[in-house]
Write a protein that binds this ligand. Structure first.
Ligand SMILES: [Zn+2]
Length: 433
């Protein structure tokens, strides 16, 4: 079992919590230097904090706070100590900006290095970073961590799929980082070009930047004959490197010496018990240029609370895969559901190809849920009876999962829009009444 920083990664819980309390106090003190936090912390006396849970005495920070204090409102260092700016991907609403000092960039690369080594990847690997560079943190975040580990790093970015395949072939890429939807698309192009995705040298994949189901991970592992590891991060918290799976693939270890985690009820902000599903709220514990207190991530997950220490030896808490963002939740005929639940069902059918789309329409006063599904070419051999059986099996499985009965539309392979970045899985046309 390899470690990047064994001491930090296996710190006994009592020592880890002691460190969290110390760093939390330091962070609150540092936050007082920012225009935004100065007034908000007037009634807080952090010298009274004695346990990590005391963080709940602090006010939340929201994405809207970041937007309203654009550009330097949350910065706590002199301007000439800032060396990097990133921006959130702006999935919803106006973008926000995040600033880093030199130490912040080094700490970030170090956390990513921990993640990489934790999956079994290392210096001898060739790493192709198939993800957007630029203001989006997925590119540079993994890039700096991979170089720190000492991997040969290919900053191939996203798109130009045939060239990606050529690079994998020419330089014997063994590890990649990509969004799940794009790396599935790459496999389709490989097949079109006459390659077998399993015959490349790939052995490990890092998949992140969009919520995906366990079935999708298994699909990726199967298509490429690799181990795929789930990654969690967001620009506001640096980017990738917040939490990552170890070789056990039983939840993502969140680095608690740098991030203090709470799970709260997204409706009222109350802290939930371990194991309950809710919104992840994170306080940075080491950040210099732009520390954040109790940041509402909008991401829904739970702490993996199986009462056992992970057999990899790491002591840091594990979180479940992200179910979706609070604002991804769809309400269809009064039922709450997440696109990831439908994806999970679809990907369990071997006949279903890698691309699907969920369409919501209103027929009269009733919502209708249409799921467009591409099938693998071998299913189009003219046996209509088999197709009808498959259709009713999928309808039943989805209805069992989400209660709502969907309508299934089978599509020719390759007919749904392909994505080179984050996939558009849901088209909601109900607002157009
Ligand atoms: Zn582990």
């Amino acid at each position: 079992m390899a470690f990047w920083d064994k001491h930090a990664e296996t710190l006994p819980r009592d020592k880890l919590e002691e460190l969290q309390v110390k760093r939390l106090k330091d962070t609150v003190a540092r936050c007082r230097k920012s225009i935004f936090y100065r007034n908000r912390l007037k009634d807080v006396d952090e010298s009274q904090f004695s346990k990590p849970e005391d963080v709940s005495r602090l006010p939340f920070t929201t994405k809207n706070n970041l937007r309203m204090n654009y550009d330097f409102g949350l910065v706590t260092v002199p301007r000439d100590e800032i060396v990097r700016m990133h921006s959130s991907s702006g999935t919803t609403g106006k973008a926000t900006v995040i600033f880093h000092s030199r130490t912040d960039i080094e700490t970030w690369a170090d956390l990513v290095a921990r993640c990489i080594v934790m999956t079994g990847a290392g210096k001898a690997d060739v790493f192709q970073n198939i993800i957007s560079y630029g203001m989006f943190t997925g590119g540079l975040g993994l890039h700096y961590g991979a170089e720190k580990v000492g991997m040969l790093t290919i900053p191939s970015g996203v798109g130009n799929t045939k060239r990606q395949i050529q690079l994998m072939q020419d330089f014997n890429t063994t590890v990649f980082h990509a969004t799940p939807s794009y790396i599935l698309y790459v496999s389709e192009v490989m097949v079109q070009e006459g390659f077998d995705p399993r015959e490349f040298d790939l052995r490990i994949g890092f998949v992140g930047a969009e919520p995906h189901s366990e079935q999708t991970r298994q699909r990726i592992e199967d298509i490429y004959d690799i181990d795929a590891f789930n990654s969690y991060g967001m620009s506001e918290l640096n980017g990738p490197g917040v939490a990552f799976e170890c070789e056990e693939k039983n939840g993502m270890h969140l680095w608690e010496d740098q991030y203090l985690l709470e799970v709260v009820d997204p409706d009222n902000g109350e802290v939930l018990a371990p194991g309950e599903e809710g919104e992840l709220v994170v306080t940075t514990l080491g950040r210099e240029a732009m520390p954040l207190l109790r940041y509402r991530t909008g991401d829904l997950a739970r702490i993996v609370d199986d009462g056992e220490k992970c057999s990899c030896g790491r002591t840091h808490v594990r979180i479940s895969r992200i179910k979706g963002r609070c604002d991804d939740m769809l309400i269809v005929r009064g039922v709450n559901l997440y696109p990831s639940q439908i994806e999970d069902v679809l990907m369990s059918f071997p006949e279903v190809a890698t691309t699907y789309q969920i369409i919501l329409e209103r027929e009269g006063s009733l919502d209708s849920l249409i799921v467009r599904v591409e099938l693998y070419p071998k299913m189009f051999d003219g046996d209509l009876r088999k197709l009808r059986e498959l259709e009713s099996d999928i309808v039943k499985s989805i209805q069992d999962e989400i209660v709502v009965r969907p309508r299934i539309e089978f599509q020719e392979p390759g007919s749904l829009p392909r994505s080179e970045g984050k996939a558009v899985r849901v088209v909601d046309m109900r607002g157009e009444m």
